[in-house]
Design a protein around this ligand. Structure first.
Ligand SMILES: *Cc1c(COP(=O)(O)O)cnc(C)c1O
Length: 426
């Protein structure tokens, strides 16, 4: 073997996987079992005391899931990862390690709608307080820092309009505040952007979207960059203080640069319980093998569709960072030179009625609430996901009555454009 480091596409196919040692199976088997036999009583005791790594029970870890974890950690350039049942579960598990009741975290205002709800309502009941900042105004993050701030949360490519976040500038704010930067990298995938290269300390994904890529399996994952010192100032007791659950060990002291991933597993996943099914891990692993091919096609199609829409007389404006005229194009060239993703919005001159009419006339684009599928997807937020908001709130969240969101799939771009043309023109 040469000592060449494998490239991204090689890692996407191979990282974490080996032929099965007992059967020779080349694809990663689905270890559909709840539990694992111990070698002997000493082995069992050392597994439970975190003195040895090994399988105990699928709520804590599973060999199929372990391949997925190693693969995504390799693709993101992290030290370790933890797979869980959904992107939302990943967000809960991350913040549970960082926040005590009464603590705060700063989040970019431009986020997946489900995350806005989770942060605003569900997390409030845990005593975790979200403070919103504007990702287009870096100083707003600085102003939001208080002694109770424990983390900053942003999306790399942000919902709903596919805008690009200046990760390095916000990581500088996080560093100065002494808190970790968490980046939701769902819309970019590590093929387009690797947030750890730009200063992220924790990366989170909804595997449900581009990584799985086929719209068939929910999952989430947490990647530990291994960059943050959790011992500073006693701010992160879950990581720095003796854990009564594990004979008083300190996780940072024991596990060093993958202590956060361990905390998420042995304190978060073990006790909260959102384990990923090994079957879903298998489906998502299979998806990841073609991530580089799919993602490039998604981006190339999205750019062609955005260009078509920008030239159409029924369209008022297009927000796609891959267009040279877009206000995020500079950031897109810096952070996502291979393509600006496949999720973006555009607005129609005909307003609300034109949006409703468009989604009803499209045939190839499926009208549904998801992104990152092989299939092209469309939604008119004002009449669906955001219909409960008043008009001013709709506009503020990027879901004004005239706005349509696309997630462009990997079909032939000529067919996608023809479908939009008939739906817009008729
Ligand atoms: C879908 C999504 C989530 C939530 O993930 P689930 O797997 O649906 O729980 C979080 N962030 C982003 C950007 C998403 O697109």
């Amino acid at each position: 073997m040469s000592d060449r480091l494998p490239g991204f596409s090689t890692l996407a196919v191979h990282a974490g996987a080996q032929p099965d040692p007992t059967t020779g199976a080349r694809a990663t088997p689905i270890y559909q079992t709840t539990s694992f036999v111990f070698n002997d009583a000493d082995h069992a005791a050392s597994l439970f005391g975190l003195q040895a790594f090994g399988n105990i029970y699928t709520r804590i870890g599973n060999p199929t899931n372990a391949v997925l974890e190693e693969r995504v950690a390799a693709l993101e350039g992290g030290t370790a990862a933890l797979a869980v049942a959904s992107g939302h579960a990943a967000q809960v598990v991350i913040l549970q390690q960082l926040l005590q009741p009464g603590d705060e975290f700063i989040a970019a205002r431009k986020l997946y709608g489900g995350s806005i709800n989770q942060f605003t309502h569900a997390f409030k009941s845990f005593g975790w307080n979200v403070v919103w900042a504007d990702p287009d105004d870096i100083a707003s993050f600085e102003r939001a820092v208080t002694p109770r701030t424990k983390a900053i949360f942003i999306e790399s490519i942000a919902n709903p309009a596919g805008s690009i976040t200046d990760i390095e500038a916000i990581s500088t704010v996080a560093r100065k505040a002494g808190v970790p930067l968490i980046v939701d990298n769902t819309l970019a995938s590590p093929y387009l952007i690797r947030p750890i290269d730009h200063g992220a300390d924790i990366v989170v994904h909804s595997l449900t979207k581009f990584l799985g890529g086929h719209g068939n399996s929910l999952g989430g994952i947490i990647v530990d960059a291994g960059t943050f010192d959790w011992s500073t100032g006693g701010k992160y007791p879950m990581l720095s203080e003796p854990r009564p659950e594990y004979h008083g060990i300190r996780l940072q002291e024991t596990f060093g640069n993958f202590a956060f991933a361990i905390a998420c597993r042995v304190l978060g996943l073990r006790d909260l319980g959102p384990a990923l099914s090994p079957f879903n891990a298998f489906m998502i692993l299979t998806g990841i093998e073609t991530l580089p091919l799919r993602m490039q096609k998604h981006c190339d199609n999205a750019k062609a569709v955005a260009e078509f829409l920008a030239g159409h007389p029924a369209v008022a404006s297009v927000s796609y960072a891959g267009l040279a005229s877009d206000k995020y194009n500079q950031l897109a060239r810096k952070y996502a030179p291979k393509g600006a993703g496949a999720v973006f919005t555009f607005s129609l001159k005909g307003g609300y009625d034109a949006g409703v009419s468009l989604v009803s006339k499209l045939q190839l684009f499926s009208h549904l609430a998801n992104v990152g599928d092989t299939r092209s997807l469309v939604i008119h937020p004002a009449s669906t996901t955001h219909s409960q908001l008043d008009d001013a709130a709709k506009v503020k969240s990027g879901a004004g009555p005239d706005v349509v969101r696309l997630s462009v799939g990997i079909e032939d771009k000529e067919d996608l454009i023809a479908d939009l043309e008939q739906a817009l023109g008729a």
